[in-house]
Write a protein that binds this ligand. Structure first.
Ligand SMILES: CNc1nc2cc3c(=O)[nH]c(N)nc3c(CC[C@H]3O[C@@H](OC)[C@H](OC)[C@@H]3OC)c2[nH]1
Ligand SMILES: [Zn+2]
Length: 380
């Protein structure tokens, strides 16, 4: 049993207790303390990029067991502006969410959304994808923006290295991200808020190890693992986890950014990951696809026109407790918003429930058999 507190900025911001190790694997069940509550890990965090988890309300998120939700600094910085959110009382008040909030630094969107102008040691100049205006983000600006938003956990400003990338580029970018992490740390002055660093290194084992070691020596209260789920084959992602996670302090949370599907979650938990985010469940829901333990179910398909069973008879979500596949298919075909709401509610509930089941399996020391049984049934 590992019981310990992790401190950020010289204050005990959160305690990471009861990291129960299970079997040979690095799987662990922990409890993450934040100013907005104590949360169980492993955990899935619904993505609410523009201060809303698309198509569902905070009340519905609470009912389905969401603990921490995400918002994105890049988007909120451009619109409506983070000073406005600060004037509104911060993100929790603005979006009426009293659970945990984590914001990303914008290090991903700058490189993936806005037409990139230039990266220098100072930061990244880019054009807004909203109005084409020239914008600039640096560690100091990204941290100030996140302090305005007031999330419980914020992320250092980094570069998410594209895939594939030349070794030399990955090396220089990773070294710069470490210098940016130090600048993020110096700019972060808001107490009661945990700043996580983000490990980079591309798909190069040695760079991953250097990045992890350098960031650990800067002593952050938690660590994101970035630069993955960017198109690389899954075995490569797992190999990078194998190189990185063992170098991170056992008593601090690890957050695998942008992951993912249930098969990736169960593998990443085995390597010792605690926190996940992914737009997948909400994005595919809006295309009429439901997630099940046997894989994807495209409710929109004609096969379900007269199927009066729920999406999943064993699911406890609002959609499965009250509506049939035929009804949801009808709504989706008729472009009724309620149809998207029901598939979104189901997919979020499915992933939140899946992480709860993994936690229970770890606590009962049967995670490895849980993983085997799940992977045997799940088809990508
Ligand atoms: C999909 N694969 C994926 N790999 C990623 C890698 C990185 C990374 O190296 N650095 C940073 N800073 N962010 C990353 C992110 C973005 C996640 C955010 O982007 C938004 O989802 C797309 C969401 O914003 C609410 C989320 O917030 C944390 C990644 N996403
Ligand atoms: Zn359901």
């Amino acid at each position: 049993m590992l019981t310990c507190a992790f401190a950020g900025q010289k204050k005990v911001l959160a305690a990471y207790e009861e990291a129960v190790k299970c079997g040979y694997s690095g799987a662990r069940a922990g409890r993450l303390h934040t100013p907005h509550g104590v949360f169980d890990t492993p955990m899935f965090m619904p993505v609410g990029t523009q201060a809303t988890v698309k198509a569902v309300s905070p009340r519905e998120l609470k009912e389905m067991g969401a603990q921490i939700i995400l918002s994105n600094t890049y988007h909120l910085y451009l619109r409506p502006g983070t000073e406005l959110v600060a004037e509104a009382g911060g993100l929790h008040r603005f979006m009426d969410w009293d659970g945990g909030i984590l914001t990303d630094s914008g290090g991903f969107q700058v490189f993936s959304l806005g037409p990139l102008r230039k990266i220098t040691e100072e930061g990244a100049a880019f054009r807004s994808h909203i109005d084409g205006s020239t914008q600039f983000l640096s560690p100091e600006i990204a941290i100030k923006a996140q302090m305005n938003l007031g999330a419980d956990i914020i992320m250092a400003f980094d570069e998410c290295i594209p895939y594939p990338a030349e070794y030399q580029y990955a090396k220089l970018s990773t070294e710069r991200t470490t210098r940016w992490a130090e600048r993020s740390q110096k700019a972060h002055t808001r107490s009661g808020q945990a700043l996580f660093a983000i490990v980079q290194g591309g798909m190069y084992q040695d760079l991953r190890r250097v990045s992890a070691n350098d960031l650990v020596s800067l002593d952050f209260p938690g660590y994101g693992i970035g630069g993955l789920s960017v198109g690389e084959p899954k075995p490569v992602m797992y190999e990078m986890l194998e190189q990185t996670v063992p170098l991170l302090p056992e008593n601090k949370p690890r957050y695998l950014m942008g992951v993912g599907t249930p098969d990736c979650l169960v593998e990443a938990v085995r390597y010792g990951i605690d926190m996940f985010d992914c737009v997948f469940p909400t994005r595919v829901a809006r295309n009429g696809t439901a997630m099940t333990k046997s894989g994807r179910l495209v409710v929109k398909n004609a096969a379900y026109a007269k199927d009066f069973l729920p999406i999943d008879e064993n699911c406890g979500c609002y959609a499965c407790q009250n509506f049939s596949r035929a009804y949801i298919r009808h709504l989706l075909k008729a472009d009724e918003i309620f149809g998207l709401r029901l598939t979104t509610i189901h997919n979020l509930y499915f992933l939140l429930d899946f992480t709860k089941k993994m936690r229970q399996a770890i606590l009962e020391d049967r995670f490895l058999s849980f993983r085997e049984e799940f992977l045997a049934q799940y088809c990508k």
